[in-house]
Design a protein around this ligand. Structure first.
Ligand code: GDP
Ligand code: MG
Length: 163
């Protein structure tokens, strides 16, 4: 069976951009199970000969008060289903309070491997952009740009070789 890889992260960090790059398709399946946000998407990606399911955990539109509990549900749902999780953060924003909460929640399920991806890193110094995220207490981050593809194949190879 194909491994299931979920993309989690707060709004606007680049989940859908990465998902679209990995699936290169417009015929994604909309997952309409209860508890799933409306625009949760499941598609097939492939690295070399190795296919995998990739899940965009979807968007949350809310004010700051609600976002914490909604993110918590979203991440919990992803953790139930997945063989691995890609946790995306925005390299231009640095680590935010919501990022820190998500990281804490992910660390509570050590049986699922979490890959930290620092996105929007095109044109930035790799070491510098990574440095703010070590406080999340996760593994070595992958520095990527979902927009132009930098580091994306390397990240997926890493995930698949360990999943
Ligand atoms: P989501 O809410 O996490 O799904 O984020 P989106 O994929 O919708 O992206 C949010 C915004 O960030 C959009 O304007 C994207 O064009 C932009 N974005 C996504 N990936 C990158 C990236 O690698 N670099 C830059 N500079 N912008 C990006
Ligand atoms: Mg999105």
């Amino acid at each position: 069976a194909k491994p299931i890889i979920s993309i989690v992260g707060r709004p606007n960090v680049g989940k859908s951009t990465l998902y679209n790059r990995l699936t290169r398709s417009r015929d994604a399946i909309v997952d309409d199970r209860p508890g799933v946000t409306r625009d949760r998407m499941v598609g097939v990606g492939r690295v070399g000969a190795n296919p995998y399911w990739i899940v965009d955990t979807g968007g949350i539109e809310s004010d700051n008060e609600e976002i914490h509990s909604l993110m918590r549900d979203q991440v919990e749902f992803a953790l139930q289903d997945s063989d691995a999780v890609i946790f995306i953060v925005d390299g231009r924003d640095g680590a935010t309070a919501v990022d820190i909460e998500i990281a804490k929640q992910l660390r509570q399920k050590p049986q699922i491997t979490v890959y930290l991806a620092v996105n929007k890193a095109e044109g930035l110094d790799r070491a510098l952009v990574a440095s703010d995220f070590y406080q999340l207490g996760l593994d070595q981050p992958s520095i990527i740009s979902g927009k132009n593809g930098d580091g994306v194949v390397r990240l997926l190879n890493r995930v698949l070789s360990e999943t």
